[in-house]
Design a protein around this ligand. Structure first.
Ligand code: NDP
Length: 286
């Protein structure tokens, strides 16, 4: 058996086209274009690629790109002052800070300074709390993008045994909350988890985000399981590799995401979706 491909790239494209069409409808009705500010501090090479992709997606969707690239020596106070300015600007609907930030910047204080109603990355404790209490408002883009991909593919989650490998604030924890809210039964694994292979082998659905190339072995995958690989690792030869041993895993799984072309495109499409939601739909309660 060889798994079917969870085609995040195609689903994301469709989502982006529908977002673009909605923006043009709104603009024709006299409303503003959604405005997204991506703040980048410093010149981390991977971040530069991510920010470029976000800006491009923003432009293609008909958004106003109000991004700011700040020099690496920018102070905490200067970043906070920029966020205050963007929080107060009615034309700016979404604000995100590209992580990682340089070591002298405290990312937690920065994230908390973004107004929860403009927090389109969904990292502010207010939005995490809403997701945890089953009243989601702006949910983190990568896990929410995974949910959209599974839903659009027609994969029901209710009652599945799910294993999430990785427990970061960006991927694993919000993924766990999303799956719990969809009424899967979720086991969360992290660096102190015992018998990872045994836990993964019990799962109907495995979502992996650890940042270690091919760490989850194909032989661990239960026959017929659904495999979602969030990992993106650039190898020395330039190839992009996920956190799952793809070739072997696809012989066991029923569905699997490729890397690249799986979760990555869904993350960007969901960022646009969240920003459009703030611009036209959200009655934000914070
Ligand atoms: P972090 O480094 O923040 O978190 C990694 C997580 O993996 C931690 O919870 C850590 O556990 C856990 N972990 C580390 N080693 C092991 C192990 N041996 N066994 C089990 N768990 C382990 O990474 P991120 O969550 O930010 O990113 C994870 C991956 O996802 C990366 O490859 C990143 O590039 C990718 N990514 C992809 C995105 C996309 O759009 N496709 C978006 C965001 C990230 P502990 O908590 O105990 O330290």
């Amino acid at each position: 058996m060889s798994a079917k491909i969870l085609d995040g790239k195609a689903i994301a494209l469709e989502l982006r086209e529908s977002i673009r069409a909605e923006v043009e409808r709104q603009v024709a009705a006299g409303n503003d274009r959604p405005g997204l500010a991506v703040i980048m501090v410093g010149e981390d090479p991977a971040s530069q690629v991510y920010v470029r992709n976000k800006k491009l997606a923003c432009e293609k969707a008909g958004f106003n790109d109000v991004s700011e690239v700040l020099p690496a020596e920018t102070t905490q106070e200067e970043v906070l002052a920029l966020i205050d300015k963007l929080n107060a600007d009615d034309k700016v609907h979404g604000i995100i800070v590209q992580l990682p930030v340089p070591a002298h910047i405290d990312p937690e204080e920065i994230i908390e300074r973004i107004h929860p109603c403009k927090d389109v990355d969904g990292f502010h404790p207010y939005n995490v709390g809403r997701l945890a209490t089953r009243m989601p408002q702006l949910a983190p883009c990568t896990p929410h993008g995974v949910m959209t991909m599974l839903e659009k593919t027609g994969i029901p989650l209710r009652g599945l045994d799910a294993v999430v490998v990785g427990a970061s604030n960006i991927v694993g924890v919000p993924m766990t909350l999303e799956l719990l809210n969809a009424r899967a039964t979720v086991t969360v694994c992290h660096s102190a988890t015992k018998d990872l292979a045994e836990k993964v082998s019990q799962a109907d659905l495995v979502v992996v985000g650890v940042g270690i190339p091919e760490m989850v072995k194909g032989a661990w995958i239960k026959p017929g399981a659904i495999v979602v690989d969030v990992g993106i690792n650039r190898m020395d030869d330039g190839r992009l590799v996920g956190d799952v041993e793809y070739e072997a895993a696809k012989e066991h799984a029923s569905w699997i995401t490729p890397v690249p072309g799986g979760v990555g495109p869904m993350t960007i499409a969901t960022l646009l979706e969240n920003t459009m939601k703030v611009a036209y739909e959200l009655e934000c309660k914070a």
